[in-house]
Design a protein around this ligand. Structure first.
Ligand code: PRT
Ligand code: ZN
Length: 294
């Protein structure tokens, strides 16, 4: 029935697994099968449309889907290439599939700065984003659209530079290329159609988004427990990454030691634990957080 909330997600690829994982962490139960276009969520009135990522913005803009999960790079490219006609709300940044769209050229070649691009051809799968960047920065260069294998363009003489997604940088390096300018930092976002949701869909949407917020917040968050001398509490609180008000509990049989417990919203590195130890913290435990609800 039409009252099921419809979400467009990538069927297969770099975005798909993490999109499915995020939805599953929100408690949605579903199975993705072979080449089906639809996955029905069993325990909530939600249907997932399984499509190519490039189709997601259009599915949402046209109202075929109420929501979508897509990379900002694809969203911006589709919106720009529609000449601004495509209208979509971006509801949330989801914190996964992070990458950057960067300009790169042959390492130790003649192009190592944006100014060197004048009069060149630049191969990219993101011609609209690149054209806008060139226009905004008054650079006279020509985007050459390639659907794939962009990193091969300089070697085969198709273009002097490329504008492509980078995450670890290994692909650039393997092709003798070096990034010299990031033009977009991207991550997965939740997008929404401008159409008003029916009250029952709105209710499903509100529950889903509140859970998604919890999933995003708990990602990378840790629960820290430790014992510490009372006199060091102020120093210890300063060291705990991204935590505001730790819980402090007296320890039975000790006037001097207290137990400190805190949610840390940033990564807890070994260096942090060592600094805590230097301030007298002992029995330090770092635990993963599975869910968080405000
Ligand atoms: O079939 P469909 O059209 O759905 O998928 P697709 O082939 O267009 O996209 P896919 O699955 O490759 O990527 C989906 C989304 O994942 C992208 O739109 C980005 O938002 C995000 N993402 C995150 C990435 C990367 N990281 C990434 N590294 N997408 C692509 N890459 C490629 C990049 O193009 C380059 O070829 O990986 C290579 C670089 O990686 P490193 O680690 O070597 O730097
Ligand atoms: Zn794609």
């Amino acid at each position: 029935m039409t009252d099921r909330l419809r979400i467009a997600v990538q069927k297969k690829g770099r975005l798909a697994d993490e999109s499915f994982a995020a939805l599953k962490k929100c408690g949605l139960k579903f199975t993705v099968r072979g080449d089906g276009l639809l996955a029905r969520v069993k325990n909530m009135p939600i249907d997932l449309f399984l499509v190519r990522d490039d189709d997601i913005p259009n599915f949402v803009a046209s109202g075929v889907s109420d929501l979508g999960i897509v990379g900002e790079n694809v969203l911006l490219e589709e919106v720009l290439s529609s000449g601004g006609r495509m209208k979509i709300d971006t509801e949330r940044r989801l914190g996964f599939s992070k990458c950057r769209l960067a300009l790169a050229s042959i390492e130790k070649g003649p192009i190592s700065r944006v100014e060197d691009l004048k009069g060149t051809k630049i191969a990219t799968s993101y011609p609209s984003i690149l054209a806008k960047y060139l226009q905004d920065n008054k650079i006279d260069a020509t985007p050459i659209e390639m659907k794939g294998a962009v990193e091969l363009a300089p070697r085969i003489g198709v273009a002097a530079a490329i504008c492509d997604l980078v995450s670890s940088g290994a692909t650039l390096e393997a092709n003798g290329l070096k990034a010299f300018k990031t033009i977009l930092e991207s991550e997965a976002v939740l997008i929404k159609s401008l159409e008003t949701l029916s009250p029952s869909k709105q209710d499903t949407y509100d529950r889903l988004v509140s859970r998604l917020d919890g999933v995003v917040r708990s990602r990378g968050s840790k629960y820290i427990m430790l014992n510490a001398p009372k006199s060091q509490i102020e120093n210890i609180t300063k060291i705990l990454p991204g935590s505001d008000a730790p819980t402090i509990i007296p320890l039975g049989g000790s006037d001097d030691l207290v137990a400190v417990q805190a949610v840390c919203t940033e990564n807890v590195f070994w260096e942090t634990l060592e600094a805590l130890q230097d301030h007298g913290a002992r029995s330090i435990l770092v635990l993963p957080i599975e869910k968080m609800l405000a």
